[in-house]
Ligand binder design. Structure first.
Ligand code: NAD
Length: 478
């Protein structure tokens, strides 16, 4: 029997059929997952709308709402290993990544935003009106659709769920059809934690279910993480329906600049981690390497050795460093871009092919001698494929690094504080990391410039995405 939807506090059968989800390490079907119909989506949105004003939710004291989020975080801790194994099975990531990044990250996000519930303040403001008190208060935006991708399904869901609930909203979750299992499990834990019926709803299915939510006239806000192409469709649907608020965390093509004075061993180690974490299926993964011409050969040789030494295998094997890609379809996409790179004349230094066997493995791949116009330098590949080019001066490399439709993250490797600051100033991206790989933290803002998105998640910035600021004017001079 297919997995169920969660609507208004009940697990209900999906009205739109079912889709299989696969183990990327073996290609085997793990489970059939229910697909929501339009009627299911309407019911979930209606339940979320009703729950916004029930006393069991709207009437909770801040300490009580915080306690629910702390309880959910504790349940994630208590089910840590179970969730990690499930994430590895459905998504393919090495078990160490599932444990330390996905599950620990999810619990930490829930706890961090639980702490915010009792600190949501307004301001009093010196308006130039006589006998008038002016203050602001934060109110929930309302019904939020949380649409998530397949690369870090559990953790990215908590990036949205935690601030949404902390600020008193209700949600309809739509996980990726490729990796829905840990999201379903998290919703079960939210039910166990005691969130009132209708506060957390779940509809599973493919992009058509996401499209129903983004076009829905009674959804107030879509918080979406995924590809830029779908982000544009969601924007159009939101505008055509009720001009809903959007938070968009989209694609990336992060540059990494390695200066002449950089510690090349540290740059290779950091970039190896940053570019191959989760088999390169990371929005902030560095895939464009601009290396000072004097250090290019050394960097390419050491990076190739590093990639060749990575241990490929199923995520469930504790020794695995590089797991499979998430699906056969995605592996075909990665391979097609690698073929384009070869056709366009880039030098293939290592890798460049799928690995034989049942799972969706791909050999870590390094191209050298890449030029800026090549597809592998411009398109988001979302796989373990690295492209190296060289540069001669700082002005030149800054404009080349910025010559992209994306602007999510960048890294810079140098010991010279002037060079580091110059790039930190000049790079048009939401985050610049100096001498470290691009890794988010819940206390720092996360989001993109340009086609990498709108708005910021994490930290106090996430609270803005999930609240309306109400301006209250109180005249007392009558
Ligand atoms: P995707 O765009 O294919 O799918 C993401 C989600 O959108 C899924 O749940 C999918 O079912 C849904 N969807 C598909 N079509 C839709 C439509 N027309 N309307 C509404 N929803 C629809 O993305 P993906 O392939 O799952 O994820 C990879 C992408 O996510 C990459 O581009 C990556 O850079 C991006 N990403 C960005 C961040 C970030 O923080 N900026 C983080 C992780 C991933």
């Amino acid at each position: 029997m297919a997995t169920r939807l969660f609507v208004d506090g009940q697990w209900t059968e999906a009205g739109g059929g079912a889709l299989p989800t696969h183990d990327p390490a073996t290609g085997q079907v793990i489970e059939e997952v229910g697909t929501a119909s339009q009627a299911d989506v309407d019911a979930a949105v209606a339940a979320a709308r009703r729950a916004l004003s029930v006393p069991e939710w709207a009437g909770l004291l801040p300490v009580e709402r915080a306690a629910l989020l702390f309880r959910l975080a504790r349940l994630v801790d208590e089910h840590h290993e179970e969730l990690a194994l499930l994430e590895t099975r459905d998504q393919g990531q090495p078990i160490g990544v599932s444990r330390q990044v996905s599950v620990t990250g999810a619990a930490e996000h829930l706890r961090y935003f639980a702490g915010w519930v009792t600190k949501l303040q307004g301001t009093t403001n010196p308006v130039s009106f006589p006998d008038t008190l002016h203050y602001t208060r934060r109110e929930p935006v309302g019904v939020n659709a949380l649409i998530t991708p397949w690369n870090f399904p559990l953790m990215i869901l908590t990036w949205k769920l935690a601030p949404a609930l902390a600020t008193g909203n209700t949600v309809v979750i739509k996980p990726s059809e490729v990796t829905p299992l840990t999201s379903i499990r998290l919703v079960e834990l939210a039910q166990e934690a005691g969130f009132p019926a209708g506060v957390v709803n779940l509809v599973t299915g493919d992009g058509s279910v996401g499209a129903m939510l983004s076009a829905h006239p009674d959804v107030d806000h879509v918080s979406y993480t995924g590809s830029t192409a779908v982000g544009k469709l969601i924007t159009a649907a939101g505008a055509a329906s009720n001009l809903k608020r959007l938070t968009l965390e989209l694609g990336g093509k992060a540059p990494s600049i390695i200066a002449a004075d950089a510690d090349i061993d540290a740059a290779v180690a950091g970039n190896l981690a940053g570019a191959t974490l989760n088999t390169g299926q990371v929005c902030a993964a560095c895939t464009r390497f601009y290396v000072d011409r004097k250090r290019e050969q050394e960097f390419v040789e050491k990076m190739a050795r590093g990639l060749d030494s990575l241990r490929l295998g199923p995520g469930s094997d504790e020794a695995t460093q590089l797991g499979p890609l998430v699906s056969q379809k995605h592996r075909e996409y990665v391979d097609s871009l690698v073929t384009t790179g070869e056709d366009e004349g880039a030098e293939l230094v290592t890798g460049g092919r799928p690995v034989d066997g049942d799972g969706f493995f791909y050999a870590p791949t390094l191209f050298a001698g890449v030029t800026d116009g090549m597809a592998i330098m411009r398109e988001e590949i979302f796989g373990p494929v690295l492209a190296v080019t060289s540069y001669d001066d700082e002005d030149e490399v800054l404009s080349r690094a910025n010559d992209t439709e994306y602007g999510l993250a960048a890294t810079v490797w140098t010991h010279d504080i002037r060079t580091a600051q110059r790039y930190a100033d000049g790079i048009r991206a939401g985050a610049v990391f100096v001498n470290m790989p691009p890794i988010p933290d819940m206390a720092a803002p996360w989001g993109g410039y340009k086609a990498s998105g709108w708005g910021r998640e994490m930290g106090p910035w996430a609270l803005d995405a999930y609240t309306e600021i109400k301006s209250v004017w109180m005249h007392y001079g009558y």
